[in-house]
Design a protein around this ligand. Sequence first.
Ligand SMILES: [Zn+2]
Length: 308
Amino acid sequence: MKQCRLCGSTQLNHLFTAQNIHGRHVFGQEQFPIIQCTQCMVAATDISPDEAYYSKYYKDDYYTSIQLFGIMKNICKYMKKQVFKNRLQLIRAYAPRAEKILEIGCGMGDFLRFLNASYKCSGIEINSKACEYIRMNYPDIAVFDKRIDNDSFKADELAKYECIVMWHVLEHIEHPRIFIENLTKMLVNDGVVIFSIPNRNSIGFRLTKKWWFHLDAPRHLFHYNYDAIKKLFDQNVWEIELTKASKLEYLQDLGRSVYESLKTNISLWDKIIFVFIVPIFTVIRLLVSCVSPLNAEISTYVIRKTSN
Ligand SMILES: [Zn+2]
């Protein structure tokens, strides 16, 4: 990458080299440089996404869930429900008048199904298999197979929303500026966007670097912190109303991450780190997120559109 895709600066520093890691999966020994813009301080995975990138790193079965049994299945189900309840509370608190909700990157529609009794739900999803699944099984959820970070995206073909949500999506977006422009067009004035995103200021990113659970290289193209989010959402148009730590998300993936690291062809040193160090950091990160939201592993933002 010669230029920061967020601010256009050419002053980029190499931070460290990452592997192809996806939280619970370690896919092997491919390497990706992680760089940082010295101007806006956003970190990024140094890769130029093309068609081959999308078909290689986002396979059709991207959303296929892991088969779990017994107590693990129940724990995961319980935690997922708690996360969903927390998200619903935020929607109720910050968009009390919202009647319809749009979820960007809705996957197989799990969260929209949870909301379906209280709201008219729509989703945008680029994985065509996931769209097909929702259309077949939940016909009352409208789902659109579109990329938003694209000049050809027609925001006026969709309704306007009081509330748009996205969970772990923004970091995957190749052209965040175009994405935010189109997001602005899809929200009514005074509408909110609520989202969760891994935090590059977290203790995990800073200390565990290429082993960081949420690095997800090369799928996470950007690694944001509060300042980068503030820069991305133009403060003349948007106002950050809430930044909080998300403590429960992805905890259930830890066991899987340990198991996958043992099966995968990576160095013994990497395996040792995954099995012994990463779980210790999970406990530490939980404690840190309780006392210092800006250093939490995952941040949740509520950002309101204050003008056009
Ligand atoms: Zn920059």
